[in-house]
Design a protein around this ligand. Structure first.
Ligand SMILES: *[C@@H]1O[C@H](CO)[C@@H](O)[C@H](O)[C@H]1NC(C)=O
Ligand SMILES: *[C@@H]1O[C@H](CO)[C@@H](O)[C@H](O)[C@H]1NC(C)=O
Ligand SMILES: *[C@@H]1O[C@H](CO)[C@@H](O)[C@H](O)[C@H]1NC(C)=O
Ligand SMILES: *[C@@H]1O[C@H](CO)[C@@H](O)[C@H](O)[C@H]1NC(C)=O
Ligand SMILES: *[C@@H]1O[C@H](CO)[C@@H](O)[C@H](O)[C@H]1NC(C)=O
Length: 541
């Protein structure tokens, strides 16, 4: 089946990928290995279709069973209090297009009395930070941004009766080695991959206001104590339109909001994000996805699960599956457009080009090479792109192209994939459009199912915003009509690279091509935030 022209009217989001914040001990598998026991076997729930078979040790199925039985144990003891939990102002997320760097945002309430923040959602990093006791923050006045009808806020821990300092002695204080005393308030710095882009300040603990729906309950308000970066000083992209009001890291690290909520027993250790074709979406903590979803295991890097990495076996364009197109990729909502390893990119782009019935063209200022002329009346059929995962799971990219608008409407489109060095790509938000993506940290699996992102907390379809009007009233084409503008310039976020490649770095001859490898290194090694001592940062050059 080919995608229909209407699907070409996609939303997209800007690329700003952030590698995750490291917390030690996120090695789920090793934690679970010693839980393998007869007891675990007894807890396994029999399936009625097949006989029960305990798998051979150390294969994927084995780990999956371990995780499942581990979870069943925990559930017997604790249970999770709520089925689904979402921000108190609703589960809806919005992309404001070019104005806010194409990322998805949601409103969250923090503190007592509560203050609202419009935070960017980033599964590629861990920390939730907001502008706070500002020394250097992005402008917060609504008049500075075209999409906002209210001013953004600044957080003041001293003004919130529920805020607490996180001391250097706290288990989640990564920078404790640099503290003068253990009682000192824990500082943090995160350097993202975009040059000179960082957030730094002090860690605090405060209340995040959430709402929940249970199996038989209506909305209940839920208050959870979370760790928040009081972002006193931002730089680079964060002063320039990306995440002016903070960022919520949703990575696997212990400090991330989904991790904290699961640890507190409020939800199961999973969350979902759904991105629809009209710049809006949903986020639900605790969501495990529908039973019919497809899925694939997360892969460790360097033995650790610090970002959400998956392994693609091969890629298919239309009905032809291409040889030698396997790769691993970080799944990242904080990256707007997908990057694939060079050789995979070439195979896909050539096959795509072969199958498209349109004249190739180029759009200066756009980052994509395979662009075609078109008109509003007749967008040619775009062959679909399918990613094939192990065990016959497949992911059909509903819309692999970016439609380019001129003064008179559609002027063409581009295959919205960029090549990159190394063999770990990044599956960005444009590939996830039309799907409910489940980041299941219990099963260590990514799940997906096609979805129009309806409200799971409500039986009936809810309106787009509390007052019934779309939060982002701009038609999709207006948001995209910024040829050559910042919209498509590849601003990159991500953590600053480590000073030296570690064992997990590719050992192929290309290794000396250091610069283009940086994204890969960042993704693979994910430096602990900014200790001047241990990251001989090489970005100054
Ligand atoms: C629950 O609250 C959310 C946001 O506050 C709202 O969108 C949703 O409709 C509510 N659901 C019910 C069943 O009240
Ligand atoms: C936030 O504060 C306002 C008024 O200060 C209150 O009406 C609202 O219910 C609060 N929201 C939450 C989630 O506590
Ligand atoms: C980053 O900061 C350095 C030193 O302040 C400066 O020389 C460089 O031009 C900056 N890079 C960008 C992209 O702003
Ligand atoms: C390609 O497009 C042209 C003009 O739009 C059309 O006449 C032709 O039939 C198309 N060919 C295929 C193979 O679709
Ligand atoms: C994978 O799925 C396809 C279509 O559903 C089916 O034809 C094929 O036999 C399956 N392959 C395996 C190995 O299960």
């Amino acid at each position: 089946m080919e995608t229909t022209p209407s699907l070409l009217l996609i939303f997209l989001s800007f690329l700003a990928f952030a590698a995750s914040d490291v917390t030690p001990d996120v090695t789920y598998s090793s934690r679970l290995i010693h839980r393998f026991s007869n007891e675990a076997m007894l807890l396994r729930v029999p399936r009625n279709d097949h006989g029960i078979r305990w798998p051979e040790r150390k294969n994927l199925e084995y780990y999956e069973l371990l995780v499942n039985s581990d979870f069943q144990r925990q559930k017997m003891k604790l249970g999770s209090k709520y089925n689904l939990v979402f921000p108190s102002q609703g589960s809806k997320t919005t992309s404001f297009g070019n104005d806010f760097g194409w990322l998805h945002y949601t409103w969250i309430d923090i503190g007592t009395p509560n203050v609202s923040f419009l935070v960017a959602l980033d599964v590629g990093s861990d920390l939730l930070w907001v502008p706070c006791d500002c020394v250097q923050c992005a402008p917060l006045s609504a008049s500075y941004y075209s999409s906002l009808d209210r001013d953004l806020s600044e957080y003041r821990p001293s003004g919130s009766s529920s805020s607490r300092h996180i001391p250097c002695s706290h288990q989640l204080c990564d920078s404790s080695p640099n503290c003068k005393s253990s009682k000192q308030q824990c500082p943090y710095t995160i350097d993202y991959y975009t040059e000179n882009t960082s957030s730094s300040g002090l860690l605090v603990e405060d209340i995040l206001h959430l709402a929940s729906v249970g199996d038989h309950t209506l909305n209940t308000s839920v208050q959870a104590s979370v760790i928040i970066g009081c972002g006193m000083k931002q730089s680079g992209g964060y002063l320039d339109g990306v995440a002016p009001d903070g960022l919520m890291g949703l990575g696997p690290g212990e400090i991330s909001v989904p991790s904290v909520l699961a640890k507190a027993g409020l939800i199961r250790n999973s969350f979902s994000m759904c991105f629809d074709e009209e710049d809006s979406g949903r986020i639900y903590f605790g969501d495990k996805g529908p039973p019919t979803q497809q899925s694939t295991h997360f892969l460790p890097s360097d033995g650790k699960y610090e970002t959400y990495i998956v392994g693609v076996d091969s890629c298919c364009i239309g009905n032809s599956c291409l040889k030698q197109t396997g790769f691993s990729a970080v799944v990242d909502s904080g990256t707007s457009f997908t990057f694939l390893p060079n050789s995979v990119y070439e195979s896909i782009a050539k096959e795509f080009d072969r199958r498209i019935n349109a004249t190739i063209t180029s759009y200066p200022g756009y980052p994509w090479k395979y662009c075609y002329k078109s008109s509003s009346q007749e967008l040619p059929k775009v062959p679909h792109l399918k990613l094939v995962f192990p065990f016959n799971n497949s992911f059909v990219v509903l819309n692999p192209v970016f439609v380019v608008y001129g003064i008179q409407g559609v002027s063409g489109f581009c295959l919205a994939i960029q090549p990159m060095e190394g063999d770990v790509g990044t599956i960005g938000q444009n590939f996830m459009t039309g799907y409910r993506m489940v980041f299941d940290r219990e099963k260590m699996k990514l799940g997906w199912s096609s979805s129009n992102c309806q409200d799971l907390a409500d039986g009936k379809r809810m309106s787009l915003s509390p007052d019934g009007t779309p939060v982002n009233p701009l038609p999709a084409n207006e948001q995209q009509s910024t040829p050559g503008g910042r919209a498509v310039a590849p601003a990159v976020a991500g953590r600053a690279p480590p000073s030296k490649p570690s064992a997990a770095a590719p050992t192929r001859p290309q290794q000396f091509i250091y610069l283009p490898l940086l994204p890969l290194l960042v993704l693979l090694h994910v430096v602990i935030s900014s200790f001047p001592l241990d990251t001989g940062t090489i970005t100054h050059g």
